[in-house]
Design a protein around this ligand. Structure first.
Ligand code: C2E
Ligand code: MG
Ligand code: MG
Length: 268
């Protein structure tokens, strides 16, 4: 406990330096769908932040995102990520040979609940010239349920501006179905904990089936996160999951490699 506190105290100035001196960078993980001919194709990417600390090496987001949430610095990290992801999209749009796919950005609970968030995002996107339809915002189920009324209002504003919207880590919070029905969202991302070993765990199979059926009845598409194995993928395909993300297809990769990913072509 004390180690954790000391680690977080030491982290604060280091993270401040990381934000201002560009020690952060983004990797992109493909989201994949299966076409009618059985081939998989990338339909978008999720931007995932990384920190290369010159003194200590790579720090995982699993460590510094929770610390940044505690210190309030997450708002600056998220703003850095929004700007960097939008700048990357603007760059891809300038390259005539690049097929530009939507990019998803993770929005922390702290940023999402701020009144300036929507205006900040609007300013960043408008000055870049990137269409808002190329940007998806991922809000975790935990963040979405803190204040359902406010979530609904913010999601409606974002939707009216043309952004795509997803609920991240679905299944780990306690969403009210009444609200979920009203949220103007496009995707539910099924949390990785339900996907792991889903093919050998009947309880997880029941949950995954129920989530997919419920999403479809609300007109939402499902994305399974953390798909690592072929058996997991096959179980998800059998249950009509719409899209997939995970190491089975690709780890998060630098922007320069995005056009060149090789996906498995056909399932058995
Ligand atoms: P998330 O948004 O649910 O992102 C998915 C995480 O699962 C990523 O971890 C990704 O690398 C990892 N992942 C993808 N495929 C697989 C797989 O097949 N197996 C396993 N075991 N893991 C897989 P990452 O990049 O370490 O990020 C962890 C969490 O940190 C994210 O969860 C998100 O909550 C947060 N995060 C990452 N980047 C950002 C960011 O830019 N802003 C904010 N606010 N949070 C971020
Ligand atoms: Mg996410
Ligand atoms: Mg997730």
């Amino acid at each position: 406990m004390q180690d954790k506190v000391q680690f977080r105290v030491a982290l604060k100035p280091a993270l401040q330096k990381a934000i201002t001196e560009d020690e952060l960078f983004l990797l992109y993980q493909p989201k994949v769908e299966r076409s009618a001919d059985g081939r998989f194709r990338a339909v978008g990417y999720e931007a995932l932040v990384r920190w290369n600390n010159p003194e200590t090496g790579m720090v995982s987001p699993g460590e510094f995102i929770p610390a940044a949430e505690d210190s309030g610095q997450i708002v600056e990290v998220d703003r850095w990520v929004m700007k960097a992801a939008v700048a990357q999209l603007a760059q891809w749009l300038k390259e005539p040979q690049t097929q530009v796919l939507p990019v998803a950005i993770n929005v922390s609970a702290a940023l999402f609940s701020r009144s300036e968030f929507v205006d900040d995002l609007r300013a960043i996107v408008e000055s870049s010239g990137v269409p808002s339809s190329l940007i998806e915002l991922e809000i975790t189920e935990h963040a979405a349920i803190v204040d359902m009324e406010n979530t609904l209002k913010t999601l409606r504003e974002l939707r009216a501006m043309g952004f795509r919207l997803a609920i991240d880590d679905f299944g780990t919070g306690y969403s009210s179905l009444a609200y979920l029905r009203e949220f103007p969202i496009d995707h539910l991302k099924i949390d990785l904990s339900f996907v792991r070993d889903v093919h050998i765990d009947p309880q997880k199979q029941g949950l995954v089936k129920a989530i997919i059926a419920m999403a479809h009845s609300l007109g939402l598409k499902t994305i399974a996160e953390g798909v690592e194995g072929r058996e997991e993928l096959e179980l998800l395909l059998t249950n009509d999951c719409d899209a997939f993300q995970g190491y089975y297809f690709s780890k998060p990769i630098p922007a320069s490699e995005c056009g060149r990913i090789k996906l498995p072509s056909v399932t058995a």
